[in-house]
Design a protein around this ligand. Structure first.
Ligand SMILES: [Zn+2]
Length: 111
């Protein structure tokens, strides 16, 4: 996927979250880690209310991350890891276009 493809994916995802109506962007800082990739793991074993709550929180975080990713597209730095500056692997960007860090930095964060 090229950058405009990622931009389309980001805009679609943003519209999808916003159309659900209840998610509002939270105050988040650049230091917050993206954890949406872990959602499936976190959700398993919790009850439905917890899952709903987590989804709402996650939506807000994703929205924030999408805004940042769109900004990086404008600046021409999209696809660079925020932490190490290396390029993020395309399969990871395809799966999570709003991700801020490469897989090895992500693994360091969750370790
Ligand atoms: Zn990295």
């Amino acid at each position: 996927m090229n950058v405009s493809g990622y931009k389309d994916a980001l805009l679609r995802k943003r519209a999808e979250i916003l159309s659900e109506g209840s998610a509002k962007p939270l105050q988040t800082t650049m230091d917050n880690n993206t954890r949406q990739g872990d959602l499936a793991d976190q959700a398993s074993g919790t009850n439905e209310v917890h899952i709903q709550l987590k989804l709402k929180q996650t939506d807000a975080k994703i929205l924030q991350a999408i805004e940042e990713a769109l900004y990086r597209i404008e600046k021409g730095t999209f696809g660079e890891c925020r932490d190490c500056g290396e390029e993020i692997a395309p399969p990871r960007l395809n799966a999570i276009p709003w991700t801020r860090v490469c897989i090895s930095c992500k693994e360091k964060q969750s370790a």
